[in-house]
Design a protein around this ligand. Structure first.
Ligand SMILES: [Zn+2]
Length: 495
C-alpha cells in the first residue's frame, strides 16, 4: 500500500465518522420536536376543553363590596350564562340572602342560576358601612364668610358660647360629642367624629376676651313680706359665670324682724377677669296691726292624707295657718299642726249634718267630742270653731228649723267664737284643679283682711297653697294664724 492510498483510507474513515455524528444530532432534534408537538397538542386540547366544555360562567360580578348605610342595595348587574367560551346561553340570575341596610355589618348573599337540571350557586360578601361624616352646624356662624367667623374665647381657654349641633345619619345626635379646642394660633377648632370614625372639622377665629359678668340667681322670692317677730333666714343666691362656672356670692345686709320697715339684701359676684354683678332682694317687715293686707289661710275637714305635705310647704315659707279639725285622721298630724305654731281650731267630730243639726244637744255633744280629742293630743283647749257648712248654711233647716240662729248665740255663751270666711277657694264644689283654686283665691285679694276657706283633705287644693303663698308674699300680704282677736268674717244666718 502506498502512502497516498493510506491517506485516502484515512480520509474515508474520517468522513465516515463525521456522517455518523450528523445522524445522531438529527435524531435528538426530531425527538424534541415530537415532545414539543405533543405538549402543544395537550395544551391546545386542554385550552380547547376549557373553552369548549359547557358550564356556568359568571361575568362582571364583584364578590365583595361595600354599600352605604341606608343607601340602596343595587343587585349586581353581572351576567351568568351556561355554555362554552364560544357560545354561552344567558340565564336569569337570582340573589338570595338578607341585607339590612339599616344595620351596619357584613352580610353573605348567594347568586344562583339554573340550566336544565343543573344548578350553580356562588357566595358574595356585602358590607353595610357608614362613610358619611356627621353634619356639624354652627348656628349663626355658618352663614358668615370664613374670615368673619369669630367666637369669644375665655382667658382660661374655655370657649363659652358657640351654638352648635351635630347630627349623624347613623349615630343620631352627636352634639354632646363635639370637641372644641383653641389652638393657640388664634383658631378655634370644632370637630366631631361618628362611631365609624368619620370626622367633620370646622375652624373659626377665636378672640380672647371675657366681657360677661357672672349671672346671679336669687333663691326664693326677690320681694317678700314677713310678719314682725317672725324668724327670717335668707335663702341666699347662686352665681354662674360664662368662663368660670359657679362663682361665690357675697351677701350684704341684715334684716331686723322686730323693726317694721323695708330691707334690702344685696348679692355680689365677681369673675376671674374682674367683671362684677349685683342683685337684690327686698324684704318688708310689717306689724300685723299696721298691715292693710292680711290673709288667714284656713283648712277644714282634716287631718288627712295631704296634711303632712301641707305642713311641709307651710314650714318652707314660715307661714302659719288655722286648721279646723275633725274626728278623722292621725293624732300625730294634729300634734304636728299644734307644735309647728299653727292654730288648731274645732270644726266637728262627725261632720254628719243630720246628726249635729237635729238638736242643740247633739251639736254640742259632737263639738265637745272634737274639743276633747284636741285637748288629749295637744293639752290645749281651742275656743275658735267653725260650723259644718258655715253659719249661713241652709242644710240645717232640713233637720231643725232655726237651729243656726240658736247656735250662734249659744256657742258664745259657752265660751266659743265661731269663724266663717270671705274667700272661698271653691275646693268643695266648683273647683277641681290647683289652678282653679289658685285663681279663685288670688283674684279675690285686694287691700283688706281675708279668711280663705280650703280643705286639706283635697290634694289639688293643697297643691295650690305654695303658689298662693308666693303670690301673697310677693304682693305685700301677711299670712297669719287666727286668734280670738282676728277678723272672724261672719256670714248672715239663714236658718
Ligand atoms: Zn266641713
Amino acid at each position: 500500500m502506498n502512502k497516498s492510498k493510506l491517506a485516502d483510507e484515512e480520509t474515508k474513515l474520517v468522513e465516515a465518522s463525521d456522517n455518523e455524528n450528523t445522524n445522531k444530532g438529527q435524531k435528538r432534534l426530531k425527538a424534541w420536536v415530537i415532545v414539543l408537538i405533543g405538549l402543544s397538542a395537550a395544551l391546545i386540547s386542554a385550552v380547547g376543553a376549557w373553552a369548549l366544555t359547557p358550564k356556568f360562567r359568571f361575568f362582571g360580578f364583584s364578590w365583595e363590596k361595600n354599600v352605604e348605610y341606608e343607601g340602596e342595595l343595587v343587585i349586581e348587574n353581572g351576567e351568568v350564562c351556561f355554555g362554552t367560551f364560544l357560545s354561552c346561553e344567558r340565564l336569569d340570575m337570582e340573589m338570595s340572602g338578607e341585607v339590612d341596610m339599616e344595620e351596619l355589618g357584613e352580610y353573605k348573599v348567594q347568586y344562583s342560576a339554573h340550566f336544565k337540571n343543573r344548578h350553580v350557586e356562588r357566595e358574595a360578601t356585602i358590607r353595610v358601612v357608614d362613610t358619611t361624616p356627621p353634619e356639624l352646624e354652627l348656628a349663626d356662624l355658618d352663614e358668615l364668610g370664613e374670615s368673619e367667623r369669630k367666637v369669644l374665647v375665655c382667658p382660661n381657654g374655655k370657649i363659652p358660647q358657640i351654638k352648635m349641633k351635630a347630627e349623624d345619619r347613623h349615630d343620631g345626635d352627636l352634639t354632646d360629642r363635639i370637641e372644641t379646642m383653641f389652638d393657640g394660633n388664634g383658631m378655634v377648632i370644632i370637630a366631631v367624629s361618628d362611631e365609624s370614625g368619620n370626622r367633620t372639622i370646622k375652624t373659626v377665629v377665636g378672640l380672647v376676651e371675657d366681657a360677661l359678668a357672672p349671672e346671679i340667681n336669687v333663691n326664693g322670692l326677690e320681694a317678700k313680706t314677713i310678719v314682725r317677730g317672725s324668724e327670717y333666714e335668707d335663702e341666699g343666691a347662686t352665681a354662674v359665670d360664662n368662663c368660670d362656672g359657679d362663682v361665690d356670692v357675697a351677701t350684704e345686709g341684715t334684716i331686723n324682724t322686730n323693726e317694721p320697715g323695708e330691707y334690702i339684701m344685696k348679692y355680689k359676684a365677681k369673675d376671674e377677669t374682674g367683671n362684677e354683678s349685683e342683685k337684690y332682694r327686698t324684704v318688708k317687715v310689717v306689724s300685723p296691726e299696721d298691715s292693710n293686707r292680711i290673709v288667714y289661710l284656713t283648712f277644714d275637714d282634716g287631718p288627712g292624707e295631704h296634711t303632712g305635705r301641707l305642713l311641709d310647704i307651710l314650714a318652707k315659707y314660715g307661714v302659719k295657718v288655722t286648721f279646723f279639725v275633725t274626728g278623722r285622721g292621725d293624732d300625730a298630724l294634729i300634734k304636728r299642726e299644734y307644735d309647728e305654731g299653727h292654730t288648731v281650731a274645732l270644726h266637728t267630730n262627725s261632720h254628719d249634718y243630720a246628726y249635729v243639726y237635729s238638736s242643740v244637744g247633739n251639736y254640742f255633744a259632737d263639738l265637745y267630742a272634737i274639743r276633747d280629742r284636741v285637748k288629749r293630743i295637744t293639752g290645749y283647749e281651742p275656743t275658735l270653731i267653725r260650723f259644718p257648712g258655715g253659719s249661713s248654711n241652709t242644710i240645717s233647716a232640713q233637720y231643725q228649723r232655726g237651729i243656726m240662729s240658736e247656735l250662734v248665740g249659744e256657742v258664745g255663751r259657752r265660751g266659743f267664737q265661731y269663724v266663717d270666711w270671705n274667700v272661698s277657694s271653691g275646693d268643695a264644689g266648683g273647683a277641681s284643679t290647683a289652678d282653679q283654686v289658685y285663681n279663685n283665691v288670688v283674684s279675690r285679694l285686694g287691700d283688706g283682711r281675708y279668711v280663705v276657706l280650703q280643705h286639706d283633705i283635697k290634694g289639688f287644693s293643697v297643691d295650690a297653697v305654695e303658689r298662693i303663698i308666693q303670690y301673697g308674699q310677693a304682693n305685700g300680704y301677711v299670712f297669719l294664724p287666727m286668734t280670738a282677736e282676728s277678723f272672724l268674717a261672719h256670714h248672715g244666718v239663714n236658718n
